[in-house]
Design a protein around this ligand. Structure first.
Ligand code: HC1
Ligand code: SF4
Length: 567
């Protein structure tokens, strides 16, 4: 077979798409800022350079392995150039590390340390650019940007949106929305995928931690917290555990120590969403109107539809997302059991998602000045709260969720992975339409990470045509195909982030395909470990119907659990 030489050792070429991959396979850690296996190759950061006998200095990310090459990855010349490239980046970078939210979790800081940079021999840039704080979800600090372009390519290639781009030339180069506008003024959907790939503090999650402390420290407030499905299989990563490990009991224990009055589960509300969304679907399906029905639980997708797919706004399910249903149920109904006014309850959400911050602020979800959800923090933010409080996560032990809003079935939990909403709805629709008991609850055809999954399910002699799509550029492709009449579906599940919520922009990093696959497995394990697997069997949800709501899609649920989206 074809071989080449790396640092004096002969190695085989096995179809690697570039030298970088081949070198990393040998256990040699070549640094990069701008290389991501899921994005196109940009080749700008100059960190992955090596010396080849005949070709001289080459960038490994953009060079294919060729037989006979003789490569040195850490020759004195390569080391010198790499160090210089780093110093140039540092010269142009706001080096106020101690107050940066990425302190201790920054690639630039990490490499500066690894390469022993003890001085920067180039003049430091003096101009200070304004920080863009306009988005409820994301902070953009151009003074921390190293122009790797990871965010630009993620927004363009993975999300198909492209609101970020390079502007200006030479030393004035920056990455910014068009015309250097603020993020809030452009059609950013707040998915946070750009934040997840940013190696420095140039794009960060807008922190709402101080608002949580304020609520906890206010004795007049009852502070209720909900934990989103995808958080439980990722929070452990912040404390050195493997992706996909279920850490719900530890998280509950931590939240109680932090001072929350009640710790609940968004999956309870996901079960409730399944009830409402299935009833809505069956009605549309029977009457053959406003099909396909799109899911509406992903706020980045809803924003995308409002900006880029207005023709389909009528096709969005009218169900509020589980996050918002939870807030509504807690404040309008559960508060009555506690004997308190909605104004005296604060609902905090822990979400894998940056767009949920934006969703909670939408006027649709504020009634008489009282929002369903008051504060949203991400998985990363809650981990930071736990660390700052001095709690040792791994030693907390396990505590149980509170009732009734802490009870969920496996169907409500798998919402956190692409395909999960569809599977949960199918488990309900099957029994509602056929009147039979569903024995095998696993709908494997909607699982997995293909960008667009299709399935046909026979229900009482009628075929339901499903599509499951994640990653907004795939959504764009699907919508084009539907508009052209090439594709026809009855039900479409959309999640903006690759992998669904498990890959959300608020999750721990790294947040790549390998990590997401493990988190997905964790979600299905949660389902397996649950006592119940069908939302319609959730006794707490059924109790709410009995006491307050009546039927699915009743006047009461329409008032409190549904909404509408207009152009
Ligand atoms: Fe999600 Fe959802 S699954 S949107 O991905 O429908 O964020 O986890 O909480 O609301 O339940 C996110 C996750 C989450 C909602 C639910
Ligand atoms: Fe693009 Fe999403 Fe980042 Fe907005 S949040 S700039 S849509 S990647």
């Amino acid at each position: 077979s074809d071989t080449l030489v790396i640092n004096g050792k002969t190695v085989a070429i096995n179809g690697e798409k570039n030298l970088l991959e081949l070198i990393r396979k040998q256990g040699i850690e070549l640094p990069t800022f701008c290389y991501h296996s899921e994005l196109s190759v940009y080749g700008a950061c100059r960190m992955c350079l090596v010396e080849e006998e005949n070709m001289g200095i080459i960038a490994t990310c953009s060079t294919a392995p060729q037989p006979g090459m003789n490569i040195k990855t850490h020759s004195p010349r390569v080391q010198r150039i790499r160090k210089m490239a780093l110093e140039l980046l540092l010269a142009n970078h706001d080096r106020d590390c101690t107050t940066c939210s990425r302190n201790g979790n920054c690639k630039l800081q990490d490499l500066a340390q690894r390469f022993g940079i003890d001085e920067v021999r180039f003049g430091t840039r003096e101009e200070v650019l304004p920080v863009d704080n306009s988005s409820p979800s994301i902070v953009r600090n151009p003074n921390k940007c190293i122009l790797c372009g990871d965010c630009v390519r993620t927004c363009q290639e993975i999300q198909g949106i492209g609101v970020l781009d390079f502007a200006n030339r030479g030393s004035k180069s920056i990455v910014a929305p068009a015309f250097n506008k603020d993020l809030i003024e452009v059609d950013c959907v707040a998915c946070g995928q750009c934040v997840a790939v940013c190696p420095t503090g140039a794009l960060t999650i807008k922190s709402d931690i101080s608002r949580v402390w304020e609520a906890i420290n206010d004795p007049a407030k009852t502070v209720v917290v909900q934990i989103a499905p995808a958080v439980r299989v990722a929070i452990g990563e912040e404390f050195g555990m493997e992706p996909g490990e279920i850490q719900m009991g530890q998280l509950v224990a931590a939240l109680k120590r932090l001072g929350f009055d009640k710790v609940f589960d968004t999956s309870f509300a996901a079960d409730l969403t399944v009830m409402e969304e299935t009833a809505e679907f069956i009605e549309r399906f029977k009457e053959g109107k406003k099909l396909p029905q799109f899911t509406s639980c992903c706020p980045a997708w809803v924003k995308y539809a409002e900006e880029y797919a207005q023709d389909f706004l009528d096709n969005l399910s009218s169900c509020k997302s589980p996050q918002q249903m939870f807030g509504s149920v807690a404040k309008r109904f559960y508060s009555q059991d506690l004997g308190i006014d909605p104004e005296d309850m604060v609902v905090v959400s822990i979400m894998p998602c940056t767009a949920k911050k934006f969703e909670a602020q939408r006027p649709e979800f504020i009634t008489d000045g009282v929002p369903d959800v008051d504060v949203v923090i991400t998985t990363q933010e809650v981990a930071s709260m736990i660390k700052k409080s001095g709690l040792v996560f791994s030693e907390l032990g396990i505590e149980s969720l509170d009732m009734p809003l802490g009870f969920s079935t496996g169907a409500g939990v798998i919402f956190g992975v692409t395909g999960g909403v569809s599977e949960a709805v199918l488990r309900n629709a099957y029994e509602k339409i056929t009147g039979d008991n569903l024995d095998d609850v696993e709908f494997k055809e909607v699982r997995g990470f293909d960008g667009i999954k299709e399935a046909e399910v026979e229900l009482d002699g009628k075929t339901v045509r499903l599509a499951v799509v994640h990653g907004l550029s795939n959504v764009g492709d699907l919508i084009k195909a539907i508009k052209k009449g090439e594709k026809e579906y009855d039900l479409i599940e959309v999640m903006a982030c690759p992998g669904g919520c498990i890959g959300g922009g608020g999750q721990p990093t790294p947040n790549n395909t390998e990590v997401r696959e493990k988190r997905a497995q964790g979600m299905y394990n949660c389902d397996k470990l649950s006592a119940l697997h069908k939302s319609q069997e959730n006794p707490m949800v059924n109790d709410f119907y009995r006491r307050w709501f009546g039927e699915e899609n009743s006047d009461v649920t329409h008032k409190h659990l549904h909404t509408s989206y207009e152009e």
